[in-house]
Write a new protein. Structure first.
Length: 299
């Protein structure tokens, strides 16, 4: 315990409550505060850990002076005459990428660090793009010139990509152990143990009312056997005797006539009445009585 620190304080090292990172074996610990639990886990040699309190370095690794000078020289060779050089003159009013993140030193040193940081990001982005283009070319089967692309990780497989296709379309693979769709119990054989219904089935089971004193699966198994045996026997009998079906032609039923024979049409009938325009002197009902007969007489 450091001098001047209260005994109520959690000893170092520990994680502050609210820490969202991973702590090994933390989910199996109960009964202590977050700080004391993480302290015990970090100090316990029996818990597998990486040996570092933080897995990722807080500060990125910076290149040395020789690498920085080489990086800036490569930038000048690639882009020709550059305004952003290694030794910036104080008083330059142009834009310097990432210069807002560097302060507390001389102008030349801050500008140099900002330019190096920017160029490092550009180089990393360029390398990722080249690696992506190379991967795309390999997957598409294109020839990749040697020496112009970054080196990919070594392939530990016995196959070399891309593989040459041997067929236009691959043959479908069907596993021998594929789970098949279960058949209905009605179509299973009598010796099949699956020919039953599970306990709790609320549907109708034919011939099950005559079975008593047994478990539900056994009752349904016996009932289904009896039912399917009767169906097979009936089908065999009908097939041997033959089935003759006589169908009489359906009688034509006359619907309600449009033109009544014994009565006339209702007044205000708006349909066509044969020969009505040649008849006059009677009411509408008398003149439309048996209109079809009047039509024949006119003809």
């Amino acid at each position: 315990m450091p001098v001047g620190k209260s005994i109520l304080m959690t000893p170092d090292p520990y994680h502050t409550p609210g820490y969202g990172g991973f702590c090994p074996q933390f989910k199996y610990q109960i009964g202590e505060t977050f700080g004391r639990t993480t302290c015990n886990l970090l100090r316990n040699p029996g818990v597998a850990s990486s040996g570092k309190l933080v897995l990722t370095d807080i500060r990125p690794v910076r290149p040395d002076s020789a690498s920085k000078s080489k990086l800036l020289a490569r930038r000048t060779q690639s882009w020709g005459d550059q305004k952003l050089v290694e030794k910036m003159v104080p008083g330059y009013t142009g834009f310097i990428p990432k210069s807002q993140h560097y302060y507390g030193n001389r102008y030349a040193l801050n500008s140099r660090n900002a330019i190096i940081d920017f160029e490092t990001d550009q180089q990393m982005h360029k390398n990722k793009m080249n690696e992506l283009k190379l991967t795309t070319a390999l997957q598409n089967g294109k020839m990749v010139p040697a020496g112009n692309t970054p080196k990919l990780p070594e392939i530990y497989s016995k196959y070399v990509t891309p593989l040459q296709p041997i067929a236009k379309e691959p043959q479908p693979y069907v596993s021998k152990h594929t789970v098949s769709q279960p058949l209905s119990p009605y179509y299973l054989s009598n010796n099949d143990s699956r020919k039953n219904f599970m306990s709790g089935y609320t549907g109708f089971v034919p011939r099950s009312r005559d079975q008593l004193g047994l478990g539900y699966p056994i009752i349904t198994h016996l009932a289904l056997n009896e039912f399917t045996d009767d169906l097979r026997a009936k089908s065999a009998t009908q097939a041997s005797e033959g089935v003759h079906v006589d169908r009489s032609a359906p009688a034509m039923m006359h619907g309600k006539p449009i033109y009544p024979v014994e009565t006339g049409l209702v007044p205000h009938y708006t349909g066509h009445i044969p020969g009505q325009k040649f008849r006059y002197g009677n009411t509408f009902g008398h003149s439309t009585e048996n209109a079809l007969k009047h039509k024949m007489s006119i003809l």
